[in-house]
Design a protein around this ligand. Structure first.
Ligand code: PAF
Length: 304
């Protein structure tokens, strides 16, 4: 809303009152239905977050960011402990990206008594157990719990419109939170933000910095396989998923975890019968592979 430093709130009450105050100011200034865009983050912000903030800034009167390292979504305690935390740097970047309000609560504020529990209150159900969820048990239950809490805390008062921004890069997370909002009748509009690719085709990720030139070259197998499938879909041909998997496996030392074609809303894999004929509606190709020393994920919407 302004060019000033983003305002920091560390408690739910303080965040709620800042949002209510700014919404009231917008209404008083003649905007009958202000829009509020939330960008939920775990901090450690980098340019990859820029696209989320850019879209939220372009589409809303007020941009709210949350910075909270959610312990419930880490399956390895040491990953949680070593997760980078630098609120001062995050605040500066959020201000640069045009954020107006930052909600950065403590763990104790979000989960009183933590680590004593239980704290998981929302289950991602079956959608959270497949693909990324299969290798990270409980991860998506943790994501759903914190996102539901953040929405409840940061939802602006009526008549403001509430939107929440998620990257298409984490396609499973996006599908799960979209489903959660619908299932729980939460009045929030989910806004997907397109995945950003390097000119080589590689999906941008903070993990890419750990790849050397050979690794980068091998990682390109993922986007090549996805483009191969996308081309087949647009040309009205049945999808040759085995050939797409072979594109990835042809790279030495690359270990394919999964490459599946799924329904974009339910993440249900398409059956062999559905794959034997040209696609009838949009599908999503999901892929994950180890390209030492990192595990990469990528995805592409396939349009018939
Ligand atoms: O995508 C992330 O950074 C996290 O999963 C989210 C949505 C901020 C929840 O902690």
């Amino acid at each position: 809303m302004t060019d000033q430093q983003a305002l920091l709130a560390t408690t739910a009450d303080a965040a709620k009152s800042l949002i209510a105050q700014q919404v009231a100011e917008l209404i008083e200034a003649g905007n009958p239905r202000p829009t509020v865009g939330l960008v939920p983050t775990m901090g450690a912000l980098h340019d990859g977050h820029g696209a989320l903030f850019q879209q939220a800034r372009d589409e809303n009167d007020l941009v709210v960011a949350s910075v909270f390292v959610n312990p419930l979504q880490f399956d390895q305690p040491e990953d949680y402990e070593h997760y980078p935390r630098d609120l001062t740097a995050d605040l500066e970047l959020i201000t640069e990206y045009g954020g107006d309000i930052v909600f950065a609560p403590s763990t104790e504020h979000m989960y009183p008594g933590y680590p004593a529990g239980p704290h998981i209150t929302v289950s991602a159900g079956q959608m959270g157990q497949m693909f990324e969820g299969a290798s990270r048990p409980g991860h998506f239950d943790g994501v759903c719990t914190v996102v539901a809490k953040l929405w409840n805390i940061l939802m602006p008062p009526s008549p403001a419109v509430f939107r929440s921004y998620f990257g298409q890069k984490d396609a499973q997370q996006l599908a799960i939170v979209t489903r959660m909002a619908k299932d729980l009748n939460i009045d929030v509009e989910i806004c997907p933000v397109d995945l950003v690719r390097a000119p080589s085709g590689l999906a941008l990720s903070s993990r890419n910095v750990r790849l050397d030139d050979h690794g980068m070259e091998k990682a390109l197998g993922l986007s090549k396989a996805l483009h191969y499938l996308a081309d087949q879909a647009t040309q009205g041909e049945p999808l040759d998923v085995s050939a797409a998997r072979d594109i990835i496996r042809a790279q030495e030392n690359v270990d394919l975890d999964y490459l599946e074609i799924v329904d974009p809303e339910t993440l249900t894999p398409l059956s062999d019968e559905q794959l034997a004929v040209p696609l009838e509606r949009e599908a999503l190709a999901l892929v994950a592979a180890w390209v030492p020393p990192v595990r990469l994920i990528d995805n592409m919407l396939l349009a018939p």
